[in-house]
Design a protein around this ligand. Sequence first.
Ligand code: BEZ
Length: 387
Amino acid sequence: MTGAEGYDVLVVGGGPVGLSAAWQSRRRGATVLVLEQFGFGNEDCGTSGEERHWRLQYTEKDLCSLTAEALPLWRDLESRTGRKLLHEVGSLWFGDVDVQTNEGQISGTARTMDAASIPYEWLTAAEIERRYGFRDLPRRFEGFLQPDGGAADVRGTLHGLLSLAQDSGCVLRDHEPVLELTPDERAVTVRTAAGTYRAAKVVLTNGPYANQLLAPLGVSLGFDVFEMALVTLRQRDRSATYPFWYVFQEPTDEDTNLFYGFPPNSWAATDEVRVGPVFENNPLPSAADATGTPDRRHVERVCHWVRDHLPLVSPDPVRVATCLAVLPSDPERQFFLGSAEGRFTGGENVVISTGGWGFKFVPLLGEVCAQLCLDGATSYRVDRLAL
Ligand code: BEZ
């Protein structure tokens, strides 16, 4: 096509995975353009909030292997950005150990950790209360502390990747939404309001917006978009330390009854803590329908749980917000990761990474996308996550 700017790799979506894919491609010599429809470094969509759960444990064996493979990539990122990004305050999963959730199952995860020799400590409800300040937990609750998990620093990661992408020579354009993809056997034409580009490979890391570009090509990935509440509370005792926690409970008639919380971030002088529900209720028709205002009942549910069980934290919200969770509709599938080969003409030139709670895999997802673009295959075992 005449007049179109040409690139080896064009990334649609400049969030953490997109920036990681861009930087990894550029450092291997590719010319790279990143198009972001909002601003770079924004905390909308999956990156809402300053922290994310970092964990080694999964119920699924392949994902446990992938977290182990992600760890050295995180360490490399930390040394390149000069900033600690993973904070190992521990990851505490407790509750009804056999309940099946989108996050997995406590008992099944313990078995997977046994098989993978991942260390953890099994704890009763009384031990969890005594050690970490919880109270009035049902006596049947049990769980584990995995000491190497904790929290990932979202802003540090985003800004570090942005600098790496910029300094390595990626072309970064924000406020430029992509309107159309036209793949063919040789490359992909990408149309935006500002112009037309031609790229040998296109990477879609645009979260809930992936289907807007794929639908005209006859493909729709099976995921739902949920607007979940984020609640910031204040810790009463600033000096109290405890791990990231996730409580697994039997679902109620109304919701999945799952809650999580972070301790105050160890990288910020703060007494604020973030808690949230993981309720997969009322999927949005599209990401554009998000309001930014959480469901009041969901905020109340999480605050009541804190009031009843975590006296270290005041249950009065300091502020509330939402995040968009893009979760595969099939609970057996945690992510969409792979090329669109065979799905439409030129599908081999389109690589997709979307869906799931993927922050803990950011450097690995970026590397997989770069490999799929530049080598046509990946050295990581991610076949189960293929489209
Ligand atoms: C996760 O570990 O994947 C996770 C933690 C908290 C909320 C949602 C997901």
